[in-house]
Design a protein around this ligand. Sequence first.
Ligand code: UDX
Length: 436
Amino acid sequence: MKLSVIGCGYLGAVHAAAMASIGHEVVGVDVDQRKIDALSKGEAPFFEPGLQEILAAGIEAGNLRFTTDMAEAAGAEVHFVGVGTPQQKDGYAADLTYVNAAVDGLLPYLAEGDIVAGKSTVPVGTAAGLAPRVSETGATLVWNPEFLREGWAVKDTLDPDRLVAGVPASAEGERAADILREVYAPAVAKGTPFLVVDLPTAELVKVSANAFLATKISFINAMAEIAEATGADVSKLAEAIGYDERIGRQFLKAGIGFGGGCLPKDIRAFSARAEELGRGESVAFLRQVDEINMRRRDRAVQLVVEGLDGAVFEKKVTVLGAAFKPHSDDIRDSPALDVAVRLHGLGANVTVTDPAAIENARRIHPQLTYVEDRDEAIRNADALVLVTEWDEYRRQLPPEHASSLTDGRVVVDGRNGLDAAAWRAAGWAYYGMGRP
Ligand code: UDX
């Protein structure tokens, strides 16, 4: 099928390349010339395992191309909209500027029978607001939320847990659902659940899934706070409650909390939208989820201060990690980088290292010192702080090796990823999150 993808960021670039990899003819459109130039050469503009390969294959095969010219979207049967919906500068609500611009920019090129499939995460009710404009052209607006995780984006796009199609209650809506089934034919053939719902449900599925995940993380981080007051070990607690299938083990890793381009802004936008709907109290708990999450960053900083006996000024603190999670170069709302910045603010001599995110981090926080080589970064550190659980820091850094690089013996494990007993046995003062 002929498809267009408007917006070539984390979501759109992966979607375009993945759709080409299953045989569709795809054009990706973005306003950012630099991004388009890179993508057109088959180069991934960000770190995402597997993306480079499918991009290059699609470009080479000739069924994937990228452009800044919206007119080239004309002729596609389905137009996916995957532009960003960041948090507004002066509030919690989502900024819909890019979604509106993408849909309005597309209107002149739509033909009778085309499908416009929104993929961006939007406040519930957005699709209903956009639909009349799209209908005037003879096209149909549907919402097809995306649940991909960074670092697993290619796999999650090609082999998702579920597909959700929000369509209007009409013959056009039914037809649109059938067309989406055809787009995702390989996944559908594998038996991937394909849910056809109405537009507001589709929009809500995405925000409520993210709200649930954020709540799960903050729940275990709240337990970490209680563990800290009682001498309990939150890691063991998570393991024990996780054996209950109704609870499950995933997303129960206590640490410095969640960040990234989705969870933080999505729970805030959800709160803001609920307020607008007069249902603020229904999701009032999301404020606390956010507050617990932010408190864990303070806790990590506090542990460094404690470890250094209250004197962080001019001490060398090496921060292991900058990305908001491993297998990503994304530093949007990264708790890791926030911890580094806060320590810098206290007068520490902060050195940050990360296998993928240094370039992005340096652009936003040039005041920090960045060292690419892990061992060089650790050399002569008074304290180490693990904030992104890359294997390089978690599994592949034996404490004895760290001891050979520095006389400092303080390690703060912001992700509870280290073997506490091994570090203690090697002479280090180990501080975990919610662990004795
Ligand atoms: C998330 C959702 O998982 C995905 O479905 C949605 O489409 C977009 O948002 P992503 O932002 O890529 O994906 O990251 P995810 O893997 O969910 O991790 C989010 C944050 O939570 C990271 O900062 C991670 O370190 C943190 N986290 C995750 C924890 O602190 N503890 C956990 O147990 C799990």
